[in-house]
Structure formats: C-alpha cells, structure tokens
Ligand binder design. Structure first.
Ligand SMILES: Nc1ncnc2c1ncn2[C@@H]1O[C@H](COP(=O)(O)OP(=O)(O)OP(=O)(O)O)[C@@H](O)[C@H]1O
Ligand SMILES: [Mg+2]
Length: 155
C-alpha cells in the first residue's frame, strides 16, 4: 500500500499540544486517529491539543481507566485508550463503531487492536528523544489523510 509520512519534532509539552491543535482544526466527524508509542511519550498531551482544535474547552486527561472519554466542541471527540482493554469485543461493546459515525475518534495504543480499526486511519507514532523532545511521525494510507498531512506541513 502507498504510504505518505511526515516527521515532526517537538520540544516540550506545549509544542506537542499545539501540533495536536493544528491537526484538530483539519479533522471531521468519522476521522480516526490511531496513536502509538512509548509510555509517557505525549499521546494524551497531543489529544488535548486535538480537542482544543475541535473547539472543546475541556482539559483532556487520560482515559486509561475508563477506556473512553467524550468531549463536546464544534465537533465531538471520542478519546479512547485501549492499553487496558481485554479484547476487541469490549471495544465493540463500548460503541466504537457508533462513535465513528458522529465523532472524531482518537485512540491511544491503537496498535493493540489493529484488526478492528477502520481500513483508513491516520497513524501517529510518538518517540521519546530526550526528556523534552519527541519525534512524532504521521503516516497516511489514503488521500484524505495525505491532504491533511500536506496542510499541516505547510503551516
Ligand atoms: N515534547 C513533549 N511532548 C509531550 N509531552 C512531553 C514533552 N516533553 C515532555 N513531556 C512530558 O511527557 C509526558 C507526556 O505524558 P502523556 O500522558 O501525554 O503521555 P502518553 O503517551 O499519553 O502516556 P501513556 O502511554 O501513559 O498514556 C508529560 O508529563 C509531559 O509533560
Ligand atoms: Mg496517555
């Protein structure tokens, strides 16, 4: 499959939030953003930015124990963290498919459930370079997410 990548580096949590915010402004209901990468690499911080970009005024925190948190905004956000998920059935049970009809869905540790993700997702990988620096790699597998990545790189 054709893939397009874009690599960003952030220096500090604020920069990661800003990158997330810029992405959030470009997303629409039905988009699925799949996050992967080390513990503490910045996935939740990035999602906080996405929520802001979608017009939410709430402070996004980790949904690790609840699996999913919802945020209102101009576009609603479903923020999932499947780190502690037992199996894919549990994800179906919490209404994963339904959220994809109306919300932007952002999923932390999505690489644990690749089988049940929609065919097209925007993959974003987080790597810790040092205590303040993160490498954030976007991978698009279809034209829509490619356009979004191009737009982000222009900014
Ligand atoms: N450039 C950076 N980007 C994001 N976070 C950073 C950066 N530099 C330092 N940090 C710190 O790293 C931590 C990132 O935490 P965060 O909860 O966002 O990670 P996570 O990837 O969601 O972890 P988990 O896998 O446990 O859910 C925060 O404490 C944040 O202050
Ligand atoms: Mg997290």
């Amino acid at each position: 499959m054709r893939e397009m990548k874009a690599i960003f580096e952030t220096n500090g949590v604020t920069e990661t939030e800003k990158l997330g915010e810029a992405l959030g402004k470009l997303l629409s209901p039905g988009d699925c953003v799949a996050l992967k990468g080390d513990l503490g690499a910045g996935k939740t911080a990035f999602t906080r930015g996405i929520a802001r970009g979608l017009g939410s005024i709430d402070y996004v925190t980790s949904p690790t124990f609840t699996i999913i948190n919802e945020y209102g905004g101009d576009i609603p956000l479903a923020h999932m963290d499947v780190y502690r998920l037992l199996d894919a059935v549990e994800l179906e049970d919490i209404g994963f498919r339904d959220y994809l009809k109306s919300h932007v869905v952002v999923m932390e540790w999505a690489d644990k459930v690749t089988d049940i993700l929609p065919p097209e997702v925007l993959w974003i990988e987080f790597e810790i370079l040092d205590y303040k620096r993160r490498r954030i790699t976007f991978t698009a597998t279809d034209g829509r997410y490619e356009k979004i990545i191009r737009e982000l790189k222009r900014q």
